[in-house]
Design a protein around this ligand. Structure first.
Ligand code: APR
Ligand code: PHB
Length: 393
């Protein structure tokens, strides 16, 4: 049996991209239905990065979901970059006039769910077998199954916000879609611990043993990462082994100050750069991880999803409120222009600060020279600061 409903925009995916788009559309009277494969608790159980570009902070304020972020988030004016015992501070504030906001993606997603639920939004969880139909027509529709029933939603547009493993990207035919990928020969082992952060700003560190990152969620919750081999499994790493390795990779003044404790979350993530072109096919638009992936080094995953949502929201708002399709017609080109700059920065920073297992002696010298140039050169630090706080939308 099939039941049918109709809405203006079907959003596939109830992660940050889908929820932010749904929330923004609601502020200009555009209706949407969000289809999410998992439960809300499962979505909120994902631990992801925690650095928001100033553009994303502005977008969350525009969406009316920034109150808790403004109370509990921490503006950061700079970061420490270390190579062995050598360290220097990169000041975002001095170089760009802007901070970044340290506020966990999980909290952003929680705030978005709270706002959508308060507004009585149509959020549908544990949906299965989502299929996008007639995306190239002016009457697309989406079907899915839930509770043994097949459902159909007729709409004007479909936003594919369903992440790297979703159905939206694959709906674009192979002979239309072009994919670009780089897989890195290492992963990140991350832990969450209920311990005070080792420093009041993030520390990006590289050493002969590899990369490490000291981050945080708040004054009592720290997030740490060490680069690990692709063959590593989480069970290979006891908490003590993690802490010992982290201490070996950060400057001794921080290693000595580090407060360790039991991990309350521990996971390994692979690193890849990935982009799909185009990000539009007829009335289907791809947003966020559905279209692109970055290594987490530059904290650009969520932030680049946000700029996609900004472009798509503005395009749909103008279509519905002014009958102007310029924004949706230029969406793919505009979004990809910024996506590729985020990919470049993430690739550059990852190449600078990780120890590549197959690196030649020349490669090692190039990394050392790049780090020395960044430490000593104003223009290099200006460029890094502008990319880190976020290039213009
Ligand atoms: N049908 C419905 N929902 C789906 C389907 C499907 N076929 N496939 C995936 N989903 C859901 C996932 O369960 C997930 O909740 O789509 C959502 C996609 O969310 P994300 O993967 O978080 O992607 P996005 O919203 O673009 O956010 C990008 O979040 O996960 C991080 O690393 C990511 O930082 C990036 C940011
Ligand atoms: C995090 O806090 O999880 C984090 C911060 C910065 C990054 C990546 C991850 O570049």
């Amino acid at each position: 049996m099939t039941d049918g409903t109709r809405t203006q925009v079907v959003i596939i995916g109830g992660g940050p991209s889908g929820l932010l788009l749904s929330q923004l559309l609601s502020t200009v009277g555009v209706d949407s239905v969000v289809l999410e494969r998992k439960t809300k608790d499962y979505v909120l159980g994902r631990i992801r990065a925690g650095v928001l570009e100033s553009g994303m902070v502005d977008l969350l304020r525009q969406a009316g979901v920034s109150d808790r972020m403004d109370k509990e988030g921490h503006p950061h004016d700079g970061t420490i970059i270390a190579s062995g015992e050598d360290e220097f501070r990169l000041s975002f504030r001095e170089r760009t006039g802007r901070p970044v906001m340290v506020y966990g993606q999980t909290e952003v997603t929680r705030d978005l769910y709270a706002a959508r639920e308060a507004a009585g939004a149509d959020l549908r969880f544990e949906v299965e077998d989502v299929v996008i139909h007639d995306a190239k027509s002016d009457a697309p529709y989406v079907t899915y199954s839930a509770g043994g029933t097949t459902h159909r939603i007729d709409c004007d547009f479909v936003a594919g916000c369903d992440g790297f493993h979703g159905v939206s990207r694959k709906t674009i035919p192979d002979d239309v879609r072009q994919e670009f990928e780089k897989v890195y020969p290492f992963g990140w082992l991350g832990i969450l611990s209920e311990t005070p952060p080792v420093h009041d700003e993030l520390i990006y560190a590289t050493s002969e043993r590899g990369f490490a990152l000291c981050s945080m969620r708040n004054d009592a919750l720290s997030r740490y990462y060490v680069q690990c081999d692709l063959s590593d499994r989480v069970e290979d790493w006891s908490d003590n082994a993690f802490w010992d390795e982290l201490k070996r990779r950060i400057p001794s003044r921080f290693a000595e100050a580090l407060v360790t404790g039991p991990s309350i979350e521990k996971s390994i993530a692979p690193l890849r750069s990935f982009v799909t072109e185009p990000m539009r096919w007829g009335r289907l638009f791809l947003c966020g991880d559905a279209a692109h992936i970055v290594p987490p080094t530059g904290a650009k995953g969520l932030n680049t999803a946000a700029s996609d949502v900004h472009y798509l929201f503005n395009g749909l708002r103008d279509f519905y409120n002014k009958g102007d399709s310029t924004g949706i017609d230029s969406y793919s080109e505009r979004a990809l222009a910024r996506v590729w700059k985020a990919e470049r920065f993430s690739w550059w920073f990852s190449t600078l600060i990780h120890r590549f297992p197959d690196r030649s002696d020349f490669d090692a010298r190039m990394q050392m020279a790049e780090m020395a140039f960044l430490r000593e050169n104003d223009a290099a630090q200006q460029a890094m600061a502008e990319n880190y706080v976020g290039l213009p939308y």
